[in-house]
Ligand binder design. Structure first.
Ligand SMILES: O=C(CO)[C@H](O)[C@H](O)COP(=O)(O)O
Length: 268
């Protein structure tokens, strides 16, 4: 272990937040290695713990790295942490991208886009040599659509939303245009100026997430679909009892992994 790292002073966390932090820290320890110079940073409420652990690896290793964000939120995380901000234009090949997910099935297919960032998230996931998912125990699911019931997030060009919604209905979905919430009148607008449609489908549609993805993606006006199929190499789930479950795309499952978040990361 590097002796130059200061002892960690972590604020105590409980429940879901503790689970997110443990999963995020374990993913960084296993996949953000000293030789990795370009790192993709995803979006959501789990990813800040990813950035926190990367910072804990120390300024020396991070000075030689570039960090590519999946949207405004992760750009701010990178800047606030004092890390080098890069762009996928400059770094079309990324060593490792770590991102959250809304639901993950045993094959590591994911629903993503709860934060409306699925376009940039997918670009960075596919640009990465290794794409890793981090989440808490609520996201682990036997089949997509069972835990994240508000529907598949679909980014569309603004003027095409009504036409895409009709096509989604014809496919058996129940599409809803996502609204901006209390802080904004009207629809949610993405970092790419698109709208987002949330579309629940019957359980049978999720028996092959990649077939569903292909059908939605072919609809004119669709920019990106929040179904990530055959992209993730591994997933880390923080559990309610403080342990971690890891899954790999190859089907390896490890449950009950103990992980001490108070321990400094090992940096060569
Ligand atoms: O896909 C996403 C944003 O578009 C997020 O990664 C996803 O919503 C998970 O977020 P959280 O870590 O807050 O559960």
């Amino acid at each position: 272990m590097s002796s130059s790292l200061a002892p960690l002073v972590l604020k105590p966390l409980e429940g879901v937040e503790a689970a997110k932090r443990a999963a995020a820290y374990a993913s960084v320890d296993n996949h953000v290695l000293p030789e990795h110079k370009v790192v993709g940073i995803g979006s959501g409420s789990t990813v800040p713990y990813v950035v926190e652990r990367i910072v804990q690896q120390g300024p020396k290793v991070n000075a030689a790295r570039w960090f590519v964000p999946t949207g405004f939120q992760s750009k701010e995380l990178i800047v606030q942490a004092g890390l080098n901000l890069g762009d996928v234009d400059s770094f079309p090949v990324i060593d490792v991208t770590i991102d959250g997910a809304d639901e993950v099935d045993p094959s590591l297919n994911c629903i993503k886009g709860g934060g409306a960032c699925q376009l940039r998230e997918k670009v960075l996931a596919e640009a990465a040599k290794t794409f890793i998912v981090v989440a808490d125990y609520r996201k682990e699911s036997p089949q997509l659509g069972q835990k994240w019931t508000q529907g598949v997030p679909i980014e569309v060009a603004q003027f095409a939303y009504a036409s895409v919604m009709r096509k989604l209905e014809a496919l058996g979905g129940k599409p809803v245009l996502r609204m901006g919430g209390g802080a904004k009148a009207g629809p949610c607008v993405t970092d790419n100026s698109g709208f987002v449609i949330d579309c629940p489908f019957p359980a049978s549609s999720f028996s092959s997430p990649s077939d569903l993805l292909a059908k939605i993606k072919l609809m004119t006006g669709v920019v990106e679909v929040g179904l990530f199929c055959d992209v993730a190499k591994a997933a880390y789930f923080g559990n309610a009892d403080g342990t971690i479950t890891s899954r790999t795309a190859a089907g390896e499952v490890k449950e009950g992994i103990s992980f001490d978040v108070q321990r400094n990361p090992v940096v060569a």
